[in-house]
Ligand binder design. Structure first.
Ligand code: FCB
Length: 435
């Protein structure tokens, strides 16, 4: 990989990302049931019904994993805490063992000179709250605020940054409209409520953390570029709707205090009463924004179908093991567009980027990362205030509905023995990150 740290702005931070349920081993340490456990146990939802019960057993191998992050020369480790590990019933009593675990994690990072970047929610909702309607329930912001207080009360004094919710689009749309992630609903009303409550919960947690003295607060949104499948005006409008639902809804809520008209067209009748009054909470000031970027889609209109009346057209160009098109240019476009239209001078981070590949050596991953790092450089050259880039992921892990089949890691994990082996991509990054 032909880079040095000098190719990026002063103080630019490189890092790796993971999430709790995908690596920890949820059966260990007294964690409560989550909606991913029941979703995965339901036939048809997850490849081979796999779940995160053992995952990478990071719970027992934390020190080895922290050594790997240090060996890579990463400045930042973006991890998440599991709500159900910290509060097994979602509300009420905390699990001391769970809090101790995250306490050790943060200390272990600091002892190795790595900045802890916390995400409070990366998808494993406590089952007890899912039973009450989960993200559809208007009490979610209160429950989430309690959990925030509990975890921040323990580790908030030592973290470098915090973001409440990973990828609002996945929590809202993918899980409640597409039904691809837990709780697996396909319901427009549930979707509208979840999308709104995610943003209100984000705002509440931001306020709680600020009041507790935590600085460097952000939001992490995934963005997917939408290219019209043809020049037909219907396809152009369909791609615009896709972009509105996926990208502009959340950025609009956070930075403009408004939802795009092309989303309200479909969701407004289903939003909770008084939604317009929630923007002051949703817009609680932030210190940075994270963009998770992987791919783009070609979008076509579907005539006669109900809103949003679009479908994905076949990809063009090379794809990863996920079937996702490799399209680095859109990372540059998203970074510049986000700064121009929403965030201004606020620092931007690429909080996730990476590819699924089973290749060994993983030269394809090295090339993917290099092309996307070039896109980050292009965005910086265009004036976007990009301040860091984190790879998804440190190691192969539980890839949600795709189980253990898709490998995103810089480190190979043998899911029989749980042995970790750094891949070529790990060494390629370490070559210049360690300097
Ligand atoms: C993102 C998720 C992460 C992982 C990658 C591949 O959407 O945040 O957990 O699944 O995709």
């Amino acid at each position: 990989m032909d880079f040095t740290r000098a190719d990026f702005p002063d103080g630019f931070r490189f890092g790796v990302a993971t999430s709790a349920y995908q690596i920890e081993g949820h059966q260990f340490g007294g964690a409560g049931q989550t909606h991913w456990d029941s979703f995965a146990a339901t036939p048809g939802n997850v490849v081979r019904f796999e779940n995160g019960a053992v995952a990478c057993d990071h719970y027992h191998r934390m020190d080895e994993d922290l050594d790997l992050i240090q060996g890579l020369g990463a400045d930042v480790y973006r991890f998440s805490t599991s709500w159900a590990r910290v509060m097994p019933e979602g509300t009420g009593a905390a699990n001391a063992e769970g809090l101790d675990f995250y306490d050790r994690l943060v200390d272990g990072l600091l002892a190795r000179g790595i900045s802890p970047a916390l995400t409070l929610y990366h998808w494993e909702l406590p089952q007890a709250l899912a039973d009450k309607g989960g993200w559809r329930n208007a009490d979610m912001p209160d429950w989430f605020a309690d959990y925030t207080e509990t975890i921040i009360g323990r580790i908030g004094d030592r973290i470098w940054s915090a973001a409440p919710i990973n990828e609002p689009w996945c929590v809202g749309w993918l899980s409640h409209f597409d039904g691809h992630h837990a709780p697996g609903l396909r319901d427009i009303r549930a979707t509208a409520r979840a999308m709104h409550h995610v943003l209100v919960s984000h705002g509440r947690a931001t306020q709680v953390m600020k009041a507790m003295g935590v600085g460097n607060l952000g939001a992490v949104c995934n963005m997917e570029w939408a290219t019209p499948a043809s020049d037909a005006p219907e396809d152009i409008a369909a791609a615009r709707r896709y972009d509105a639902i996926y990208n502009r809804f959340f950025m609009g809520g956070l930075f403009k205090g408004a939802y795009p008209d092309d989303v309200l067209e479909g969701l407004e009748p289903h939003l909770p009463h008084g939604w317009q009054d929630d923007f002051p909470v949703i817009q609680s000031p932030l210190d940075w924004v994270g963009v998770n970027y992987y791919t783009r889609k070609r979008i076509a209109a579907v005539e006669g179908a109900p809103w949003p009346a679009y479908a994905e057209a076949p990809t063009e160009g090379p794809t990863t093991d996920m079937g996702w098109e490799i399209y680095p240019d859109a990372l540059c476009d998203f970074l510049t567009r986000t700064a121009r239209e929403y965030t201004g001078d606020l620092p931007l981070f690429v909080t996730e980027n990476g590819m699924a590949s089973g290749a060994a050596p993983d030269e394809d991953r090295i090339q993917y990362l290099a092309e996307h790092l070039m896109a980050v450089r292009a965005a910086v050259a265009d004036g976007a205030p990009v301040a860091g880039y984190f790879v998804w992921s440190l190691m192969d892990n539980y890839e949600w509905a795709l189980g253990y089949e898709k490998r995103f890691g810089l480190v190979h994990v043998d899911f029989e023995t749980l042995a970790r082996t750094p891949k070529a991509s790990y060494h390629a990054l370490a070559d210049w990150w360690r300097r």
